[in-house]
Design a protein around this ligand. Structure first.
Ligand code: OAD
Length: 255
């Protein structure tokens, strides 16, 4: 029984307002690579085999898209197809069940893979999603399907569409961000899972909750810049850590 599990579980069972911040580690067990850390997309050794020596950071920018939209779309189509063929894992389902049980439970995600939604959760997507394109002209969202043609065009106005994700240097969707801020400011318990905590402003949500007096729980196999703020840290993967933490029953004594 990991140290702190009983305390964290008790805090969650007593809370009626919970806010969760999820990152790429949540989907690692579904076969979606993280960005940083072992096997991560942002690691130079991995990127060289991707697109002729280009680092993926340099693909996830408005400048890259202006320079070579076909290349950027090819990379997003590859990621879309991986996500579309992946399955939600037990950690995704545990979060969806938590949301169904707690009076107010906001699931804020940095993930673009759609797996939390496919597990039945309502999710605030901070960084957009891979599942849709967004018209460069009228912003209409179009669902993508396996093998979609590059580039996709808007079904409403016919203009070229871009990936519906937030790139480096772009603003987060305002309404989603405001809802996330409110949820973390008011949370009694905040849970951060599978995020390196280095990408802002997402990481600031954990600090906001802590400043507001929330009990902060981190689930991550590695230490992060948020670890020192946490009341309880479970050094475990999401699939090992979340089901016992979020399951309905009480943890065994001395956990
Ligand atoms: P990162 O790739 O930065 O961090 C992944 C985190 O997951 C690390 O802290 C790992 O220790 C942890 N991890 C790895 N395997 C895990 C597992 N099985 N279970 C739980 N945790 C695990 O991912 P994010 O923090 O989500 O933004 O990255 C934030 C943003 O950086 C992304 O949304 C993306 C990227 O730039 C945009 O594309 C805008």
């Amino acid at each position: 029984m990991p140290s702190g599990l009983t305390e964290a579980k008790a805090a969650l069972l007593a809370a009626s307002r919970v806010a969760v911040l999820a990152g790429a580690g949540l989907s690692a067990a579904s076969g979606i690579p993280t960005f940083r850390g072992q096997g991560g997309l942002w690691r130079p050794s991995e990127t060289r085999t991707l697109f002729e020596g280009l680092r993926p950071e340099s693909l996830a920018t408005p400048e890259a898209y202006r320079r070579d939209p076909e290349l950027v779309w090819t990379w997003y189509r590859q990621r879309f197809e991986l996500a579309a063929q992946a399955e939600p894992n037990p950690a995704h389902y545990a979060l969806a069940e938590l949301q169904a049980r707690v009076a107010e439970c906001s699931l804020v995600t940095q993930n673009v893979d759609g797996l939390q939604q496919r597990a039945g959760a309502r999710v605030l997507e901070l960084h957009g999603n891979l599942t849709h394109s967004r018209c460069e002209c009228c912003e209409h969202l179009g669902p993508l399907a396996l093998g979609f043609a590059i580039p996709p065009y808007c079904s409403r106005c016919g203009h070229r569409a871009r990936p519906n994700v937030v790139w480096f240097g772009e603003l987060l969707p305002q309404a989603v961000w405001e809802e996330a801020l409110a949820a973390f400011a008011q949370a009694e318990v905040a849970l951060v899972v599978g995020t390196s905590g280095v990408v802002e402003p997402a990481a600031s949500l954990a600090r906001l909750a802590k400043d507001g007096g929330a009990f902060l729980i981190e689930v991550n196999p590695e230490a992060t810049p948020l670890s020192h703020l946490a009341d309880v840290t479970l050094r475990a993967s999401a699939v090992e850590g979340l089901p016992p933490l979020l399951g309905k029953g009480h943890a065994a004594p001395n956990g």
